[in-house]
Ligand binder design. Structure first.
Ligand SMILES: Nc1ncnc2c1ncn2[C@@H]1O[C@H](COP(=O)(O)OP(=O)(O)OP(=O)(O)O)[C@@H](O)[C@H]1O
Ligand SMILES: [Mg+2]
Length: 382
């Protein structure tokens, strides 16, 4: 019998699919207990959302009075939406029954009548009276003020409260700085609550939190999320394969990390395909690994062609330079003259590629956010 695939990618992982991060977890737990705000940033797919989920799960197990509210800013495109999702997520996180939730929200909301419905998992969710008129901005401002009292009210009753705003950089797409300023004014008064702001567009996150001109400057401590240590990932891979009755050598596990550059998402994706391809074979061989890489490149090639075709000539050149220079010293005069490009055009193209989240900076290096896109360019285009 073939065992179930022990690897998962593309969704938040917890439990046995989640490995390591012990240092980060310990530090974050400490910060939450001390009501410190944390800015978690790092390149795409390094495992930020999973870390937050795991953190909340683990805190809930340790402390029944812990309440973690998670909000994904990709879902938020207006202030109204923020208010609704904030109330909805808070009500789900409470884990209370309908009447207790209703009572809590009635005590908080002054201008609107709450209703409670049940979602498809059977959890009570708060909603607002559909007759509520959002149009006058004074009304939604008051409602924002009300919902932002939720964390304070919970902290006042002895709960440890943490609010995670994931992909927080998306707030910049909303109406200028307005919501940002309003949130700042509430958050800075909430001394007994901690907030986690996380995001994967690192240049936007840096601008939001490290630029003195922005309202969120100095709001908390900044923490960069690194890749998972390769040694730990090798252990994780070996155990995953072994538990599913496969044999894998240390070298082969290292090879998987090497190809996927130890970015957790791509490591799990590659391992997932390798496991599938291996079928009834017991031993994971180099040949199986190569086949899995080819399969991924082929299955993603339409997506990659689309990305490539939609790049300007300068952006294409910039990608080639990043690859040829291993992400380093791209502005040195030799490189610029070899590729016939001015430093200012290259800089502009790099910024555009960062905005498209095709590349990112990791410390002093420029990296591809999708390891297999880079591999595809090397093998099929450049
Ligand atoms: N601690 C971990 N252990 C094992 N695999 C992990 C871990 N963290 C993340 N992964 C892998 O990476 C994938 C992406 O994780 P996650 O969505 O948490 O990353 P992210 O940084 O939030 O990504 P994005 O930038 O796309 O929001 C997961 O589906 C999983 O395969
Ligand atoms: Mg995420």
């Amino acid at each position: 019998m073939i065992s179930r695939n022990p690897f998962i990618f593309g969704k938040v992982v917890t439990g046995k699919y989640f490995t390591n991060r012990t240092k980060e977890l310990k530090e974050l737990k400490h910060d939450i207990k001390n009501h410190i705000n944390v800015i978690l940033y790092g390149p795409r797919r390094y495992g930020k959302s999973s870390l937050i989920f795991h953190l909340f799960e683990s805190l809930r197990k340790e402390n029944r009075d812990f309440i973690g509210i998670y909000i994904d800013f990709y879902r938020i495109y207006s202030k109204e939406k923020f208010i609704k999702i904030f109330a909805e997520s808070a009500s789900k996180a409470l884990g209370w029954n309908v009447s207790k939730i209703l009572e809590f929200f009635k005590g908080i909301l002054k201008t609107v009548i709450p209703r409670v419905t049940v979602d498809n998992e059977g959890k009570p969710v708060v909603d607002f009276n559909p007759q509520f008129n959002w149009a006058p901005s004074a009304e939604s401002d008051r409602l924002l003020e009300d919902v932002m009292q939720i964390p304070i009210k919970l902290a006042d009753t002895g709960k440890t409260v943490c609010i995670a705003f994931d992909e927080f950089q998306e707030i910049k797409k909303l109406n200028g700085n307005e919501l940002l300023k309003e949130l700042r004014s509430f958050i800075q008064l909430q001394k007994d609550v901690s907030y986690i702001f996380s995001g994967s567009k690192t240049h936007l996150m840096k601008d939001l939190f490290a630029n003195k001109l922005n309202p969120f400057y100095n709001i908390g401590k900044i923490k960069y999320i690194d890749k998972i240590d390769t040694f730990e990932l090798v252990e994780f891979l070996s155990k995953g394969f072994r538990d599913a009755s496969k044999d894998i050598t240390l070298d082969m596990a290292k090879e998987i990390c090497n190809i996927s550059d130890s970015v957790p998402y791509y490591t799990q994706m590659l391992a997932y395909e390798i496991f599938n391809i291996s079928g009834i074979e017991k031993e994971i061989t180099k040949d199986t690994v190569n086949q899995a890489v080819e399969l991924i490149l082929t299955s993603k090639s339409e997506e990659y062609i689309f990305i490539w075709e939609n790049l300007s000539l300068t952006q294409k050149k910039a990608l080639e330079i990043v690859i040829k220079n291993d992400g380093k010293s791209i502005y040195n005069s030799n490189t610029l003259s070899k590729f016939h490009i001015a430093s200012s055009s290259l800089n502009k193209a790099i910024d555009e590629l960062k905005n498209k989240t095709i590349i990112d900076s990791e410390r002093q290096l420029l990296i591809f956010t999708d390891i297999f896109f880079k591999e595809w360019l090397i093998k099929r285009i450049l």
